[in-house]
Design a protein. Structure first.
Length: 379
């Protein structure tokens, strides 16, 4: 293979939306309301209706959004928040930044999301919230999580940075818990051309609190009933997102189709040769996935990655070290072996290129490379 395959192709998407994106950005440049301009409110309204909740609050990124959600819930020093160790750093990081303690719970080996059956024993009198992550684009099991939360009077924050557009039992991600939090980092399923994020809730009081925290805890000009931060979404990013929304339904469909095709083709290879060292991702029957990542498991990961790289196929690892083994979380005092399912996943997961414009032809090339490498290993 001569031409390198991109891991995520944002150029193809830009080409198809170029005129609309440029004209929307130009409009912002003309009206000049760079901060909290009309595009922010327009986007919030559209996203709230897309998700099917009352309130959407556009924010600076998908990390600040977790922080703002927890601040609105008054989470702080000495509190505990239950979450998964198998996620991007932000999830645990924001809990710790607020002075609270991330209490990790191991994951389900099929979906890589928090295992609801292990949550209840982790609840203490200090627990203030449960924060599941909808990893790789598939929602965690929210009915199970919400019923435990309800029993203990706890709010649930969905870290939906990878799952915007996915659905759980017919409901959209970001609308399945007390607060939904997502990211518009360029490579996420709905990506801006810079940083951005959004918060979702049906709770009027929490929505008001999150709106205030986003602008320095301000309720009216220069009057600050609470501590907040600068957590606003840029008007230009909102304009870009409005353009991208025009194609988003198609993209969500494409992502689901491409992900399903990967799985189907891998399973076909496995029926031919059961010795192949590869496990495709599993999608719960009640979920749809936006495949923010298409992630398989291979035992011989480093070697497979190197061989694919040499053949022009990029791969990535989401994520090589679970949070409880990160030096930054040493204070949470969890040793190797504490969460064996997350640890095993961290050693074996490997993500393949996926984006809405991936053609069958390129996908076939990627799989040919991967399967032929695995066949060599199996023989
Ligand atoms: C990307 C991501 C975030 C952080 O989003 P940013 O917009 O980059 O701050 C948080 N959690 C998860 C699970 C993510 O994948």
């Amino acid at each position: 293979m001569t031409e390198a395959i991109p891991f995520i192709d944002l150029k193809a998407q830009y080409k198809s939306l170029e005129q609309d994106i440029k004209s929307r950005i130009n409009k912002v440049l003309e009206h000049g309301q760079y901060i909290m301009g009309p595009e922010v409110a327009e986007l919030e309204e559209k996203l709230a209706s897309y998700v099917g909740v009352k309130h959407c609050i556009g924010v600076s990124n998908g990390t600040d959004s977790l922080m703002i959600a927890m601040m609105a819930l008054d989470i702080g020093h000495g509190d505990e928040v239950i979450t998964t160790p198998f996620t991007f750093i932000s999830t645990g990081e924001m809990i710790a930044l607020l002075g609270a303690k991330p209490v990790f719970v191991d994951i389900d080996p099929c979906t890589y999301n928090i295992d609801p059956s292990k949550i209840e024993t982790a609840i203490t009198s200090r627990t203030k919230a449960i924060m599941p992550v909808s990893l790789y684009g598939q929602c965690a099991d929210f009915d199970a999580i919400n019923s435990i939360a309800e029993k203990h009077g706890l709010p649930v924050i969905e870290d939906a940075a990878q799952s915007f557009g996915a659905s759980y039992k017919g409901r959209r991600s970001c609308g399945v818990s007390t607060i939904g939090s997502t990211s518009f980092f360029p490579s996420k399923p709905l990506g801006a051309y810079g940083d951005g994020g959004a918060l979702f809730t049906n709770d009027d009081t929490l929505a008001k609190a999150m709106r205030e925290i986003r602008v320095h805890g301000q309720d009216k000009r220069y009057h600050h009933p609470r501590i907040g931060m600068n957590g606003r979404l840029d008007t230009i990013q909102a304009a870009v997102l409005l353009a991208k929304l025009e194609r988003f339904d198609w993209e969500v469909e494409q992502r689901a189709k491409i992900g399903a095709r990967y799985t189907e083709l891998i399973k076909e290879q496995l029926t031919k040769n059961s010795q192949l060292d590869i496990v495709p991702p599993e999608l719960e029957t009640y979920n749809t996935s936006v495949y923010a990542q298409y992630t398989v498991r291979v035992k011989n990961r480093e070697q497979v990655q190197k061989k694919l790289k040499d053949a022009g196929v990029p791969t990535a690892v989401h994520y090589p070290i679970p949070l409880h083994l990160q030096p930054a979380f040493a204070f949470a005092k969890r040793a190797i072996g504490a969460f064996p399912i997350a640890e095993a996943a961290a050693n074996e997961v490997m993500s393949l290129p996926i984006h809405p414009d991936l053609t069958n032809e390129t996908q076939d090339k990627i799989l040919d490379c991967l399967i032929s490498q695995l066949e060599l290993d199996a023989s």
